[in-house]
Design a protein around this ligand. Structure first.
Ligand SMILES: [Zn+2]
Length: 371
């Protein structure tokens, strides 16, 4: 569920403590813009049940001061159904209805990478989606929704989950609602949970311990191992891949450093930090390191005079035509010649550092070991 609130008092620029009622704005659909009628009712608010895409109109209001209608857009990248629209006034419902609260339903089918958990706290990520025809089935034609690896049980000791499975199964068979009050059962051999539910399973013709024989969905052959099969309550937790996935090939760069920005929202990448740098160094993968930190980052060109080692003295002569500038070679202002001036590729952030150092009167000179 997604909530959006539209506060007209806020839009009119009223302060928080300002209790004046009429802010000069009122919800209303622009009658002249006919395309709005598809999305908004005459009150300027969306129809419940309407599917909104990014950029569709979400609300509309009239400003008395400006004498015009203003339309607000639906901004989420994910399409959503309008679930509920509430017009809100003050707590005694005596003021103008200055605020609208719109709730949205976002349809999201389970997908690989989504997180699920049982009530026993057995949480996990869906790792594979299988077609139902490929899943194993029981003699009664049931197939599992979730296949759970039994290695998840010994260390976590979620016995309650296994009892829930048997209780759920027996409840479904007999049409019963079971009482899950703690301490109803005990270790006493006459009063064990497993026996209580096992007897019910047995009376319905199932295996005493809740296991079932399954048949391979691929070959149809009966599987050798009997598999514990039952009903468990599962929840989806709110960590979904559609909120988290991150990918970047080309994208926005920071205007100061000219390096790629970080953050999923801004279309940035995942930070390649010092520890990542260290691990590439330790592997000797220097080409990959150069690719990540230089070619794929803030590579830039600059002219350096080899004689004096200066970054800033090579200059292209002023008063040239555009055509001449294209082929002109930078001349070192200090040495007065262009012989030793060469083009170098350096990370832009290094040039930035050099300029910042110069601004505090620190000269940076490029050493040259070959001469
Ligand atoms: Zn020079």
């Amino acid at each position: 569920m997604l909530f959006r609130s539209v506060d007209l008092r806020e839009k009119a620029g009223k302060r928080k403590g300002d209790s004046s009622d009429d802010c000069g704005l009122v919800f209303c659909r622009d009658p002249k813009t006919e395309s709005l009628a598809e999305f908004l009712d005459t009150d300027g608010l969306p129809f419940p049940g309407k599917l909104l895409q990014e950029g569709d109109p979400m609300y509309c209001f009239y400003s008395r001061e400006e004498g015009k209608f203003i339309t607000g857009k639906f901004k989420s990248k994910e399409a959503a159904y309008v679930d509920h629209v509430k017009l809100v006034s003050n707590d005694t419902a005596t003021s103008h209805k200055n605020k609208a609260v719109i709730s949205f339903r976002v349809p999201r089918n389970p997908s690989v990478g989504d997180k699920f958990a049982s009530r026993a706290g057995q949480k996990g990520i869906a790792s594979q989606k299988w077609p139902t025809e490929d899943l194993p089935w029981t003699s009664s034609g049931l197939f599992p929704d979730i296949v759970f690896n039994p290695h998840g049980f010994p260390s976590r000791m979620t016995i309650a989950m296994m009892i829930e499975s048997m209780a759920g199964k027996s409840g479904a068979i007999h049409g019963k609602v079971h009482d899950a009050t703690p301490f109803t059962f005990s270790e006493d051999p006459d009063n064990q949970a497993i026996d209580f539910f096992a007897k019910q399973l047995e009376s319905a013709g199932y295996n005493y311990y809740g296991t079932e024989t399954l048949y391979s969905g691929v070959s149809g052959v009966e599987m050798k191992a009997e598999i514990f099969f039952g009903i468990i309550h599962y929840q989806r937790l709110r960590h979904m891949v559609s909120d988290k996935f991150q990918v970047r090939s080309m994208g926005p760069i920071d205007c100061v450093t000219r390096q790629p920005v970080k953050g999923r929202k801004k279309g940035g990448g995942v930070r390649f930090g010092e520890m990542e740098r260290d691990s590439l160094l330790s592997h000797g993968s220097t080409f990959l390191l150069q690719d990540r930190l230089f070619h794929g980052s803030d590579k830039s060109k600059c002219s350096i005079c080899r004689t004096c080692g200066s970054f800033l003295s090579p200059r292209i002569e002023a008063n040239l035509t555009l055509l001449q500038r294209d082929s002109a070679k930078p001349v070192c202002v200090l040495c007065g010649s262009s012989d030793a001036v060469d083009d170098f590729e350096v990370p832009f952030i290094f040039l930035h550092l050099v300029k910042e150092l110069i601004s505090i009167n620190i000269k940076v000179k490029l050493g040259n070991s070959s001469r």
